[in-house]
Design a protein around this ligand. Sequence first.
Ligand SMILES: Cc1cc2nc3c(=O)[nH]c(=O)nc-3n(C[C@H](O)[C@H](O)[C@H](O)COP(=O)(O)OP(=O)(O)OC[C@H]3O[C@@H](n4cnc5c(N)ncnc54)[C@H](O)[C@@H]3O)c2cc1C
Length: 400
Amino acid sequence: MIDFEFTEDHRIVAELARDVVNKYLKPKIAELDRSGAHDPDFISYLKDADLLGVCIPEKYGGMGMDYISLGLVCEEMEYVDTSARVIFSVHTGLNSMTLYSWGNDLQKEKYLIPQAKGEKIGTFGLTEPAAGSDAVGILSTAEKHGGKYILNGEKMWISLADVADNFLIFAWTDNVKKNNRDHSGISAFIVERGFSGVTTGSIHGKLGVRAGNTGWISLQDTEVPEENLLGHEGEGFKIAMACLDSGRYTVAAGSTGLIRACMDTCKEYASTRKTFQQSIDHHQLVKEMFAEMVYGYEAGRLLWLKAGWLRNIGTRATRETSLAKWFCTDQAEKAAYNAVQIHGAYGYSDEYPVERYFRNAKGAAIYEGTREIHKLMQADYLLGFRADKEVRCPLPAYEE
Ligand SMILES: Cc1cc2nc3c(=O)[nH]c(=O)nc-3n(C[C@H](O)[C@H](O)[C@H](O)COP(=O)(O)OP(=O)(O)OC[C@H]3O[C@@H](n4cnc5c(N)ncnc54)[C@H](O)[C@@H]3O)c2cc1C
């Protein structure tokens, strides 16, 4: 039987997320965004509310809730600002959920537990200055010397680069495979900020997610103990794709929060703004924009909820997650574009939040697989050019 009801736990966790983001971020978000400042205190409020490990089992320091709960938290976060949801995408989705699936007992003990408790913050470093969509084009290397790997490389466009304590870093461990573009030569490493040769910096002048930290990571002869290799040597590309499955799920869910924010802000504005002697929400062409927002929100929500349900029962959901990410981010972009339009000239200034929604929505169509990459994936699944194989360390099903 298909059940469309949220549980009491779902309602409670969504309300908790709403309370935290409304209390600690909403009052300052306009100023943070205007000045391009990241507020590290907000992460500590998320930690105090235990939200950073929402879907990680209690035995690993998390809240022990299901994957739908993670989606609901992301929706509530992005209702206020994309920067809040990005914390969950990189810390919980891309990093902690990957440690939960791929980490050994020692790695879980040392890295997952503090991250799930929010004592340490994690992020994900795949992209480089010359390689984004084409992950096999990365240049970073990891050479084994005795019991250590020596990492060299530059990572770019990394969320929370200047904030995180732990980075998941992808680098080539096989030079021949690197030259042949054979992804089975890439490996994944847990790198701590305190390791030798690690430096980070922030990117300024971003179009959106201005209240979020985005930056670069430089690794210069960084010594990484061999026990920080995640999975086996050569499994890095598969791990990166598994990370992205979880990250994309959070982006999809978050995007429906942005659409809902557009709907609510526009409803209020359109009911009071009058033209031609009636409020603008009575004009058919304005109604059309509202109708498209509802369409994006409701259909997008079903897509990410299905992907969340598949996660809960332990079924790989790469295809469904990619579709949800593509659809939800596309619809969020459209909703934000229309939200500015509904506000007329007022939408063109930061007196109203819709211009921020508009700038923030753009990023989600680029990161975690661009719109074009998801279109290619969906076509390839349909045409039989692509199929999901079993992975060695699948994301564990939710256990009540
Ligand atoms: C705010 C923000 C936060 C980010 N956070 C992170 C992070 O935490 N960690 C991380 O590792 N990365 C992060 N990224 C990087 C992001 O994942 C990449 O930007 C993304 O993968 C796209 O890569 P690119 O920018 O190099 O674009 P490119 O790959 O150079 O693509 C440029 C254009 O070409 C198109 N294109 C490329 N290949 C094809 C093809 N085969 N067919 C059709 N079109 C194609 C793309 O769709 C795009 O339109 C972040 C980016 C942003 C903007």
